[in-house]
Design a protein around this ligand. Structure first.
Ligand code: NAP
Ligand code: ZN
Length: 335
């Protein structure tokens, strides 16, 4: 068995330290990936800090992987050694439940997370069920494609699932890793796009990404002025917001969809929903078919993440930049 060289947190909120583990024996359906790039999703911070009370230590984070196939199990047919692939939040599923057989593996109750109870992509290699390794289209480079594997699919999937079409007005709350990709996808769908941000300095870049309107949310009046203006709002923020103000920004039949996970209960008066028959819902990553579709769409429309890169060896400095909200717009670790 050969050793895998990784970076791991040994305790909640701890720094990452070099960590070596034995490569697992490759099962017939498995893939071994040589990691070339790994995005830092804010979920990695939640996992390192054990915010969701699901983290096992040592914890090797990383679930926005791009790399090359190093080895495949005997039964793998869709990949070959040397292929350029991506791996996201999900590294396995049961393959047999109603969700897996209807192309919604993201809802499988036995889903395997790439970096929870499993060693993730802040490493030279990562291992997964090969069904969750996706060939990267030639038109996408590995650096800007790696964040599509979690951030990209997480914002693309609800746009498709909820039937967002070109005639609709879409709001994106929080212009970070997920949010900037949401602006790009919604614009490519043909929608009128409104960006909501706590950072006025992001306005020019948000417009370059494709936003038609920019609402600085520290100004409560600016948010309230958007009342009754949007069909769909995607919140990518991990903090509590004035949820009633966002629901009020929806037009009748509109939907607020949460992909960012604030720890506090999300509350609003029932009549905020009832009068206009509005909905609030959540969404989690996306199934395999949707991931392949998203990669194809991204390749056709030239959509990738706007990245900063740092070497994997500087992972702690990179995490600090993410924690401080200084990254524009996704940090990608390189090897
Ligand atoms: P990120 O890159 O850190 O971006 C988050 C953005 O939220 C920031 O850029 C900022 O945008 C805004 N923000 C930060 N603090 C805020 C505050 N106190 N109030 C209001 N807005 C604030 O994070 P990310 O990687 O995009 O991830 C965002 C969330 O999505 C995380 O909670 C992550 O766990 C979750 N996530 C969920 C899924 C899923 O399947 N549902 C998948 C991946 C990630 P502005 O500067 O524009 O305000
Ligand atoms: Zn993620």
């Amino acid at each position: 068995m050969t050793a895998v060289n990784a970076w791991a947190a040994k305790a909640a909120k701890g720094p990452l330290v070099p960590f070596t583990y034995d490569a697992p024996a490759l099962g017939p359906n498995d893939v071994e990936i040589d990691v070339t790039h790994c995005g830092i999703c804010h979920s990695d911070i939640h996992v390192i800090d054990n915010n969701w009370h699901i983290t096992d230590y040592p914890c090797v984070p990383g679930h926005e992987v791009a790399g090359r196939v190093a080895a495949i199990g005997d039964a793998v047919r869709h990949l070959a050694v040397g292929d350029r692939v991506g791996l996201g939040w999900q590294a396995g599923s049961c393959g047999a439940c109603e969700w897996c057989v209807s192309a919604r593996e993201n809802l499988c109750p036995d889903s395997v997370a790439t970096c929870v109870g499993h060693y993730g992509g802040y490493a030279d290699r990562v291992f997964a069920d090969a069904r969750f390794a996706f060939k990267l289209p030639d038109a996408l480079n590995s650096e800007t494609a790696a964040p599509l594997l979690c951030g990209g699919i997480t914002v693309y999937s609800p746009l498709r699932h909820y039937g967002i079409t070109a005639n609709m007005r879409v709001g994106v709350v929080g212009i970070g890793g997920l949010g900037h990709l949401a602006i790009r996808f919604a614009r490519a769908f043909g929608c009128e796009v409104t960006a909501f941000s706590t950072s006025p300095a992001k306005e020019a870049e948000a417009r370059d990404m494709g936003a038609h309107h920019f609402v600085p949310t520290h100004d409560a009046g600016a948010l309230k002025s958007r009342r009754d203006s949007l069909d769909f709002i995607l919140s990518t923020v991990h903090n509590a917001l004035d949820w009633t103000a966002y629901i009020d920004a929806l037009r009748p039949d509109g939907r607020l969809c949460l992909v960012g996970g604030p720890p506090e209960p999300v509350s609003f008066p029932s009549f905020a929903l009832i009068g206009g028959q509005k909905s609030v819902s959540g969404s989690v990553i996306g199934g395999r078919a949707r991931i392949n579709e998203m990669l194809d769409f991204a390749a056709r429309h030239g959509i990738g993440a706007i990245c900063e890169t740092m070497p994997l060896a500087d992972v702690n400095a990179a995490l600090t930049r993410v924690r401080e909200g200084r990254v524009r717009y996704r940090m990608v670790l390189t090897r």
